[in-house]
Design a protein around this ligand. Structure first.
Ligand code: SAH
Length: 340
């Protein structure tokens, strides 16, 4: 049965019209689900009994089960068990500007990035919108507080599950839903060009982050198979188009992998590639995992890389590290669980 949390506001309006009820009932339902946060249809006290009975016939009002939590002062890592027994992860980070939640969009991932733990376990299935919404709802309940920012950077490639991810954004962004501002939502992609183009035409002001990780095809081909399908020229062209259309700044993520993409020359190539693009670069110290063999670049190498970019007047930051000591590198908890 479909989860009620899978319904966007307009889906619910359509639903009520289709069963001969007034559209405004969608408002009432959203108020119960996201305002009052009830967990049973029986608590819909302002909705007629026969309508509640009909809703019960058509939808479930499930929650996700938190199976495991690892906590540090500034980061909590959650392992969820889905109704079909699959596992996904979400990571909560406490910033000075609020609480940000990194959610999963798929069970596993098919992009096969060589350095990534999530990709070692192939995609089992997409998450539907409800399974993304419920990661947020369940963790807000757990911490008894509101999440201010969402990043779709957990397990999975969001643009390989485009429709569900966009519906999720619609639900969490909705004024009667979770009310998280679109500028507080970031989607991170390894570069599925057709979807970047589609995304350019959406009315949302959602942030776009690109996992670039290399400035030449030679290097990128070695670590990210997707680059053989959409090489750097094609990717950059689609991003320029996105910026032209939306007038928004793009974030480029760049993981520092020792001896692979962290030389002076790599930094200069990166600057040349990004010259004139309205962007900012987020340098990410690689989270080493046990199973893959890539090494994190040395601190000095990272600083040298940062300096080169900074001196060329491209905005750049080195990502603050969260939770590398509690297996917060993406996909690690799930990988551990699956190998048990
Ligand atoms: N598939 C999407 C979103 C999930 S990955 C994407 O590729 O953007 C989120 C980010 O974490 C990506 O930039 C990814 O390359 C990076 N990442 C993966 N494994 C990592 C690790 N061990 N340490 C640091 N970053 C990692």
């Amino acid at each position: 049965m479909e989860s009620i949390y899978n319904k966007s506001f307009s889906d619910l309006e359509e639903y009520f019209e289709s069963i001969g009820e007034k559209k405004y009932k969608a408002s009432q339902v959203y108020e119960w689900l996201y305002g009052k946060r009830v967990e049973s249809f029986d608590e819909f006290t302002n909705v007629k009994k026969d309508v509640v009975a009909k809703i019960k016939e058509d939808f479930s009002i499930n929650r996700l089960v938190i199976e495991q939590v690892e906590k540090d002062v500034e980061v909590h890592k959650y392992l969820f068990e889905l109704p079909d027994g699959n596992h996904i992860e979400a990571v909560l980070m406490m910033h000075d500007y609020g609480k940000s939640l990194c959610i999963s969009s798929q069970v596993g991932c098919n992009m096969g990035c060589k350095f990534c733990e999530s990709g070692r376990l192939k995609k089992v299935r997409n998450l539907d919108a409800s399974e993304m919404v419920l990661q947020v709802l369940q963790i807000e309940k757990e911490i008894n507080d509101r999440i201010s920012h969402i990043v779709i950077m957990g397990i999975g490639e969001p643009f390989d599950n485009y429709d569900n991810v966009i519906k999720f954004v619609e639900i969490v962004n909705h004024a009667k839903g979770l009310q998280i501002g679109s500028r507080h939502i970031t989607i991170s992609t390894c570069g599925l060009v057709p979807k970047i183009k589609e995304f350019s035409s959406l009315p949302y002001q959602v942030n776009l982050a690109i996992s670039l990780h290399a400035a030449t095809n030679e290097v990128r081909n070695k670590i990210m198979p997707i680059n053989k399908v959409y090489p750097i020229e094609t990717l950059i062209e689609s991003i320029k188009e996105y910026i032209n259309k939306t007038n928004r700044r793009v974030t480029f993520e760049y993981i520092m992998l020792e001896g692979i993409n962290d030389s002076k020359e790599d930094a200069i190539n990166l600057c040349n590639l990004l010259k004139g693009i309205n962007c900012y670069v987020n340098i990410i110290p690689y989270n080493e995992t046990n199973n893959i063999g890539f090494k994190r670049s040395k601190k000095d190498t990272i600083l040298q890389f940062y300096d080169i970019i900074k001196r060329r007047n491209i905005q750049v930051t080195i990502r603050r590290e969260f939770g590398s000591n509690i297996s917060a590198a993406c996909g690690q908890l799930r990988a551990k669980k699956e190998s048990e």
